[in-house]
Design a protein around this ligand. Sequence first.
Ligand code: CP
Ligand code: NVA
Length: 304
Amino acid sequence: MKRHFLTLWDVTEEEIWALIERAQVLKKACREGSPIQTLRGKVLGLLFLKPSTRTRVSFEAGMYRLGGQCIFMTSRETQLARKEPLSDTARVLSRYIDALVVRTYGHHEVEELARYSTIPVINGLTDLYHPCQVLSDIMTVWEKKGSFDFPIAWVGDGNNVAHSWIVASARLGLTLRVATPKGYEPDKSIVERALREGKGRIELLNDPVKAVEGAQVVNTDVWASMGQEDEAEARREVFRPYQVNEGLLKHAHPEAIVMHCLPAHRGEEITDEVMERYGSVIFDQAENRMFAQMALLEWLLIGS
Ligand code: CP
Ligand code: NVA
């Protein structure tokens, strides 16, 4: 049966752990230089309406490492630029390729593509969610800590990455404390569904110190996401007390790790000092995108 990966609600808890287990096997194989040809003959399309370094390159490199091929498209070079409907685009692309990664603005756009696709559609980031990011973040926390038996803090904007953490918390039963400025809280309906259907302990706060107290994972993201460039200056003022700096981290668990999906705006949501001190985790986090997505591609394309 064809499956999509638009949010972490699209996978069960067991499936998340199976993906992470497979990602670790693939990571080891890649490190050892063992050939993996599970997706030989398969073609992955990538349709990106926003910039990307990690998502694009980790998907493309991962697909090549599995023996497959990729076609990268932007809206400018496709007929989307001339208003061809997403529903037609989805039906046509489904005839050529085996799966499609989409990065766009409105979440309804990936939903529309998925509705009309006969191939798996993967959300490579929308304004609402970034499930590939958080799937690999879960892998990174597991690698670094070997447990989830502690509070995880989110400090900053209640945005797409925060939303995916909320769904992960609901699915996996994590303790998540989200500290945002007033007016920048996560989407109410996402939080409500997580509380209604999930088993996470999710707390919404406005105080970053309370969020990080005793936390073993401190997560942040840019203050102005792609598409919010016009708000960047105003946001810099509002978010200033939410900077992840050495002062804030004094309140976290002494063995806390800091995570950032990248790209980082040093001097804004995270200081240069913290980026450098915790960089080994942050860049491992970026690296794990490739292995988690390789596992995801295998699972969606060949069901294992
Ligand atoms: N974290 C992430 O998705 O990075 P890119 O925007 O570079 O893909
Ligand atoms: N919240 C950020 C994440 C970038 C990976 C954005 O949407 O721009």
